[in-house]
Design a protein around this ligand. Structure first.
Ligand code: ATP
Length: 241
């Protein structure tokens, strides 16, 4: 194989080929093809239960792949260890998991894959500060996460993912329950990440303020890809929603 082709494959942040996955013994993904190329923002769309969350959870190694191939940066997910290259924002949940924690503590957890067992250093603290600034929560960093609204909570989860300075950002419904002002902050945040070359896979029900940033949309139906649309800013067909 040509070296150029080799490096092109290695640089593909996320590639799913004919991916199958099961939950509770039932097939949920039934042969998904999905690629997130360098610098792309791919929106994953589809009805409730179509398999969007399962696809992203497979991509971050939380759901085993039972067939096909899933690779991160050219490495099969089962062998992938370089998780600091990936930022994951799970579907809305409690950021602190019931444990009292401040906004800064939760966001600092995003540095874990980089720090390993070392204490938080100056570069870690600077990255946490930048992430808090990006999502507009710098002034709330000392507050307990329990004291935040749902939309602010969601921004904490995004800041936690950004604090790790990922090359691939995977977000599961980051706009769910978030008001328009917060959605715009998220759009600005994503725009700044794109400018730095971060690739993104984002599960959405409505494109909202993210619409101009999306380069491609992939629509799932009953565990299969129903449609793929190359999007140019402002040209996405809203009909696919
Ligand atoms: N733990 C589980 N055990 C068994 N089935 C599950 C489990 N989690 C999800 N499922 C099923 O898998 C299918 C896909 O679920 P998934 O959460 O991936 O859908 P989704 O497209 O993200 O939906 P939504 O838009 O509602 O978030 C659904 O039919 C769901 O009922």
């Amino acid at each position: 194989m040509e070296p150029a082709a080799d490096s092109a494959i290695a640089e593909t942040p996320l590639a799913l080929r004919g991916v199958h996955a099961e939950l509770g013994g039932r097939p949920v993904l039934r042969g998904i093809d999905l690629t997130v190329g360098p610098g792309e923002v791919v929106a994953l769309l589809g009805a409730n239960g179509s398999g969007k969350s399962t696809a992203v959870r497979a991509a971050v190694g939380q759901v085993p792949v039972t067939g096909g191939e899933l690779a991160l940066f050219g490495t099969p997910v089962r062998r992938f260890r370089d998780w600091r290259r990936v930022g994951y924002v799970p579907q809305r949940s409690t950021a602190a998991g019931g444990v009292p924690a401040t906004v800064r503590e939760v966001v600092s957890a995003g540095r874990l894959a980089r720090r390993r067992l070392r204490p938080l250093g100056r570069a870690d603290r600077a990255a946490v500060d930048r992430a808090l600034e990006l999502v507009g929560l710098a002034d709330r960093s000392g507050d307990p996460v329990e004291a935040l609204s749902g939309g602010q909570h969601q921004r904490v989860l995004i800041a936690r993912a950004l604090a790790g300075e990922p090359e691939l950002l995977i977000m599961d419904e980051p706009l769910a329950g978030v008001d328009l002002a917060s959605q715009r902050i998220l759009a600005d945040t994503l725009r700044s990440q794109l400018a730095q070359g971060v690739s993104t896979l984002v599960v959405l029900h409505e494109l909202g303020p993210l619409e101009p940033l999306i380069t491609r949309s992939v629509s799932l139906s009953a565990g299969l890809v129903e449609a793929t649309n190359a999007c140019h800013p402002h040209e996405l067909e809203t009909g696919i929603l």
